[in-house]
Design a protein around this ligand. Structure first.
Ligand code: NOJ
Length: 768
C-alpha cells in the first residue's frame, strides 16, 4: 500500500485544506496534484519527467529520479522497483510502468493493419481490452499504442502497425483501441493508459523510408493526419507520443504548434506527452540542436512532458533553469500532467498489481483473437468458388509454403511477450480440424504440437494431408525443396500455399523498396502453377505486397495481415467454410511500387485519367507527342491499383441497391439519412461491410474524389434482404479551408453506399 499518500488523497487532510478542497472529482484531482507539486524539489520534478529503460531502477526510484520505466519484464523487478518508489522515496510517488503492447501481450491478435481489415471497432476494442487485462496482470499500466499514423506507403514497414490509409477508419478504430485499453474506469487495475502515436505525420516518411523527413502541408495535416489523433483525444486518451520525423523542417519533439497550440489549446488535452525513444537527443543528428542540452531545452519549451531514455532533462534541466532558457512554469506544467495521469490511473492508491498467470492465454482471449483473425482475413479472389474446400470431398490436401507452419512469423511485428509455442499454425489447425474433430468442438486447440509434424503424410478420417513447405522461410532462395512441393501438389486434389513475409520484414526500421514476395516464393508459385491445379494462395504479411503475377496464377487468394496466435485456426475455418471471409482492404494494394503513393481518397487532378488511355504496349512507333490523351496515369501501370481500398469478397454474393437520401437539400445543421437495400443472393450466411462515401464536388480548396464517412457490418442469411440506414450529420462534411477555418461549404455533393470504394451508383444532394 502507498502508505505515504494516505494524508494526501483524503480530502480534508491538513495540506489539502489549504488547497481549497471540495468534493468534485476534478478539483479533488487538482488539489491532490497541486499539493504534491508544491512539495517537490526541482530534482524530483525532473525525475518525474524522466523515463528510463535500464539502470538500477530501485536506486533511481528511491531517489525520485524516475517517473516511468519501460521494458522491465520481470514481475518481481517491477514490484521491487515500485516498492522502492512508493515506500522508500521521499514523496512516495509511484512509477508508471510502460511497455509496447501493440497487438496483444501474450495472446497475440492480428497486427493492427489486420485488425483494420475487420472494419469492426468492437473487435478492436475487445483486442485492446484483452491486451490490457493480460499486460496489467504483470504490472504494466501504460502501453505505447494505438499507432494512428495515416499510412499510404506500403514500403514503410510500420504500415503494419497502422489502421491503414483512411483517416475516418483510423479514427474509429484508434478510438476503439483507446477504449479497450483504458476500460470503463481508469482506476480499475486492468485499465492501462493508451499512448496515441506518433504525433504527427510519421507515416508520411519520404519514400516510405522509416525515420525520414515529412513535408505535410497544414491542409493535409489538419484534414488527414491529425484526424485520428483528435478523435483519440476526444475518447480520453491519457497520453501521446511525439514522432521521430521532422515535418517541414521542425522535428516533432520540438514542435510547439502541434504540441501546444493544437493538442493542448484546441483539443484541451491534459494528459502526458512523451517523446519517442531518444527522439529528443536525435534533434542533434537532425541538425536542429547543437547538443543534448539544447535539444532538451527545445523539447521542454515545446511541451514534451516526459523524455524517453535520452536523459537530457535530468542532465541539464537545472542548468537550463538557472540560465533562464526554460521556465519553472514549463517544468511544473509537465509534472502536473504526469502526476495527473498517475492519479487518474489510481496508482497512488493502488501502486501494486495482482499477478494472475491464469488470465494469460485464457480461452476467451484465444477466442477473441481467433475471431479477429477471421474477420480480418480478406478474400481477394475466388474463381469458380474454389473456396471453401469441402472436407468430405478433399481426399488429399497439399499444404505448401514457408508460412504454413511458422508459429513465430504469423504473430507479426512488435511481439515482445507473445510466445511462438502458443501460436497455432495453419498446418496444425488444419490437421487438427481434419483429424481430431472432437478437439475443435471443445473449442480447445492443442498447443506445442507444431514441431511434431514432419514432412510426412498424415492420414486420418477421410483426408490425407501432405505438408511440403518448399522453402524454409520467406526469404529462402534455396529452391531444392520446390520439386517436392510440386510433387505434393500433383498428388493432391486441393493445394493451399502459404506465402508472405516473416515478421521481421515489416515494423519499425523495416522498410522495403521491393514489396513483392521475397526469396524464391515467386518461383514456388510459378512451379506450382505448372501442375494445372487450382492454387489457393494464402498470404500472411505485414503490408500489401505487389503480387499481381502470383494472383494471376492462383484460383483463390486469401490475404491475412500477420494474424497472430490464432491465425491457424482462423484460416482453417475460412478455408473449410466454417467461417466466411468478410475482411476489407484497409489500404490500397498497388500493382507495382512505382505507383506509390496510391490511395483512394486523393484529390482530383485537372486531367483525370479515363479507362480509354493508351498503355505502353499499345503506343504506335513514332507516335506524336500529344497523341496520348494528356491525362494523369502511368504508361506502364495505368491508374488502377491491384485492389482498391475497402475491397474484399465473400463466399456468398450480395446485391446492393442504389443509395437513397431522405432529401435532396439539407441545412447546415441537418442530418442526412441515407439508405440502401442489400440482399444476400448466395447460399451462405455472411457479413458484408457497407461503406458510405461522399464527395464534395466543388470546394474553396480541392476535395478528395471520395471520402469514407461511415460503415456498417451487416449479416444476412441466404436470400435475406435488409434496408440499411445511415445517419450522417451535415457537420461531418466539414473540412479545413485555405484560411484554416473549419466548416461545411454550401454546394453539391455525391453519396455512395457500396461494399468497396469502387465506382457504383450515387445519390446527389445539396447543402444550403
Ligand atoms: C520507438 C518506436 O517508434 C515507438 O513506437 C515505441 O513505442 C518506442 N520505441 C518504445 O519502444
Amino acid at each position: 500500500m502507498a502508505v505515504k499518500y494516505v494524508k494526501n488523497i483524503i480530502c480534508g487532510g491538513s495540506v489539502l485544506l489549504m488547497a481549497s478542497c471540495t468534493e468534485t472529482p476534478v478539483s479533488k484531482e487538482n488539489a491532490f496534484v497541486e499539493n504534491l507539486l508544491s512539495q517537490m524539489t526541482i530534482d524530483e520534478k525532473l525525475g518525474q519527467m524522466n523515463q528510463v529503460a535500464w539502470g538500477d531502477w530501485c536506486d533511481m526510484a528511491k531517489k525520485g529520479q524516475i517517473g516511468s520505466v519501460l521494458n522491465i519484464t520481470n514481475i518481481n523487478d517491477i514490484r521491487e522497483m515500485q516498492r522502492c518508489a512508493v515506500e522508500e522515496s521521499r514523496l512516495g510517488i509511484p512509477v508508471l510502468v510502460a511497455r509496447d503492447v501493440i497487438h496483444g501481450y501474450k495472446t497475440i491478435f492480428p497486427i493492427p493493419l489486420g485488425q483494420a481489415a475487420t472494419f469492426n471497432p468492437e473487435i478492436v476494442e475487445k483486442g485492446a481490452r484483452v491486451s490490457a487485462i493480460e499486460a496489467s496482470s504483470e504490472g504494466i499500466r501504460w502501453t505505447f499504442s494505438p499507432m494512428v499514423d495515416i499510412s499510404r506507403d506500403p514500403r514503410w514497414g510500420r504500415i503494419a502497425e497502422s489502421f491503414g490509409e483512411d483517416q475516418y477508419l483510423s479514427s474509429v478504430l484508434g478510438s476503439a483501441m483507446v477504449r479497450g485499453y483504458q476500460g470503463d474506469d481508469l482506476t480499475d487495475p486492468t485499465s492501462i493508459a493508451a499512448c496515441v502515436k506518433h504525433f504527427v505525420g510519421y507515416g508520411a516518411a519520404e519514400g516510405g523510408r522509416d525515420y525520414n523527413s515529412t513535408y505535410i502541408t497544414e491542409n493535409s495535416l489538419r484534414n488527414v493526419y491529425l484526424k485520428p489523433f483528435q478523435s483519440a483525444a476526444q475518447e480520453g486518451a491519457l497520453t501521446y507520443m511525439t514522432s521521430f520525423n521532422d515535418n517541414d523542417g521542425i522535428p516533432c519533439s520540438a514542435n510547439k504548434k502541434i504540441l501546444k497550440d493544437i493538442l493542448r489549446k484546441e483539443w484541451g488535452f491534459d494528459g502526458v506527452v512523451v517523446s519517442d525513444w531518444a527522439s529528443i537527443g536525435e534533434m542533434v543528428p537532425h541538425g536542429f540542436a547543437h547538443d543534448n542540452k539544447e535539444a532538451g531545452m527545445q523539447a521542454i519549451n515545446a511541451g514534451v512532458d516526459m523524455e524517453m531514455v535520452s536523459g537530457s532533462y535530468v542532465a541539464y534541466g537545472k542548468e537550463l533553469l538557472a540560465e533562464k532558457k526554460i521556465d519553472i512554469k514549463s517544468i511544473d506544467e509537465a509534472v502536473r500532467n504526469i502526476l495527473r495521469v498517475k492519479y487518474r490511473l489510481g496508482l497512488f492508491e493502488n501502486p501494486y498489481f495482482e499477478n494472475n498467470p491464469e488470465i494469460l492465454y485464457a480461452p476467451e482471449h484465444l477466442d477473441a483473437a481467433k475471431q479477429a483473425a477471421i474477420e480480418g482475413t480478406i478474400l481477394l479472389k475466388n474463381e469458380r468458388n474454389v473456396l471453401p474446400l469441402d472436407r468430405n470431398k478433399v481426399k488429399t490436401l497439399a499444404i505448401i509454403g514457408p508460412l504454413a507452419d511458422a508459429p513465430y512469423e504469423q504473430m507479426g511485428t512488435w511481439v515482445f511477450d507473445g510466445e511462438k509455442e502458443r501460436s497455432v499454425t495453419p498446418l496444425t489447425a488444419i490437421s487438427q480440424m481434419l483429424n481430431v474433430s472432437a478437439d475443435k468442438m471443445d473449442g480447445q486447440y492443442k498447443f506445442n504440437v507444431v514441431n511434431n509434424y514432419s514432412n510426412s503424410n498424415k492420414v486420418s478420417g477421410t483426408t490425407n494431408v501432405i505438408f511440403e513447405p518448399g522453402l524454409a522461410y520467406s526469404r529462402d532462395k534455396n529452391k531444392s525443396g520446390i520439386p517436392a512441393a510440386v510433387s505434393a501438389a500433383r498428388r493432391a486434389d486441393a493445394v493451399v500455399v502459404f506465402v508472405g513475409e516473416e515478421s521481421i520484414l515489416s515494423g519499425e526500421a523495416h522498410s522495403l523498396a521491393d514489396i513483392s514476395l521475397q526469396g524464391a516464393q515467386k518461383e514456388l508459385i510459378d512451379a506450382l502453377a505448372t501442375t494445372g491445379k487450382d492454387i489457393i494462395m494464402v498470404v500472411m504479411a505485414g503490408r500489401p505486397l505487389t503480387i499481381g503475377d502470383q494472383i494471376d496464377k492462383s484460383a483463390a487468394v486469401l490475404y491475412s495481415f500477420h494474424p497472430g496466435t490464432m491465425g491457424g485456426p482462423a484460416l482453417a475455418e475460412i478455408i473449410f467454410g466454417e467461417a466466411v471471409p468478410s475482411g476489407k482492404t484497409p489500404v490500397t494494394f498497388p500493382k507495382m511500387v512505382g505507383q506509390i503513393p496510391l490511395y483512394y481518397n486523393h484529390n482530383m487532378t485537372g486531367r483525370p485519367a479515363s479507362r480509354t488511355e493508351t498503355l505502353l504496349n499499345e503506343i504506335p512507333v513514332e507516335a506524336g507527342q500529344t497523341s496520348l490523351g494528356c491525362t494523369s496515369f502511368y504508361l506502364d501501370a495505368g491508374f488502377d491499383p491491384l485492389y482498391p481500398f475497402g475491397y474484399g469478397l465473400s463466399y456468398t454474393t450480395f446485391e446492393i441497391g442504389a443509395p437513397k437520401t431522405d432529401a435532396t437539400e439539407y441545412n447546415m445543421n441537418g442530418v442526412i439519412t441515407a439508405s440502401c437495400v442489400i440482399t444476400n443472393t448466395g447460399n451462405m450466411e455472411a457479413t458484408e461491410v457497407l461503406q458510405l462515401y461522399i464527395r464534395d464536388l466543388v470546394g474553396s480548396v480541392t476535395r478528395p474524389v471520395k471520402e469514407l464517412k461511415a460503415f456498417e457490418r451487416v449479416t444476412l442469411k441466404p436470400g435475406e434482404t435488409k434496408e440499411v440506414t445511415f445517419s450522417l450529420p451535415v457537420s461531418e462534411l466539414a473540412f479545413w479551408d485555405a484560411d484554416m477555418k473549419y466548416g461545411v461549404e454550401k454546394g453539391d455533393f455525391l453519396l455512395w453506399i457500396n461494399n468497396s470504394s469502387l465506382p457504383s451508383e450515387s445519390a446527389a444532394f445539396k447543402v444550403k
